[in-house]
Design a protein. Structure first.
Length: 123
């Protein structure tokens, strides 16, 4: 089985407010997509959430959210709460992120249909 190599991103190179990453050394820290997404979900606004989709691929975000973040935020995966007893399930964030993923997927589908239809009209 092939091991997945995790990418790390310099937070100073990302177009987010420093406040979102207040607990990290903004100029030196490199974070995984998981940590970036969690920070933006917890401390960002709606514009920041949509900015994730401009910076990272839909597939990367989808995999990270549905495989790692959603189970944690929804409380389905209890292992996180052993290490962070102060953390509680956050269903508001789960519902919001689920809606955003659904909307982005639908928009992407419409863009593909428009491109395909325009290709058919070429003489």
């Amino acid at each position: 089985m092939k091991m997945k190599t995790e990418k790390y991103y310099k937070i100073k190179d990302l177009p987010f407010n420093k406040v979102i990453f207040w607990s990290y050394d903004f100029d030196k820290s490199e974070l995984s997509l998981f940590l970036i997404m969690i920070s933006v979900i917890e401390k960002g606004d709606l514009g920041d959430l949509f900015m994730l989709f401009k910076i990272f691929s839909f597939q990367e975000l989808h995999e990270t959210y549905f495989n790692e973040i959603r189970p944690m935020l929804s409380g389905e995966d209890k292992k996180y709460y052993k290490f962070r007893p102060d953390m509680k399930p956050d269903m508001k964030s789960v519902r919001l992120m689920d809606m955003i993923f659904k909307a982005i997927k639908e928009i992407k589908g419409r863009q593909i249909n428009i491109i395909n239809k325009s290709n058919l009209n070429v003489a």
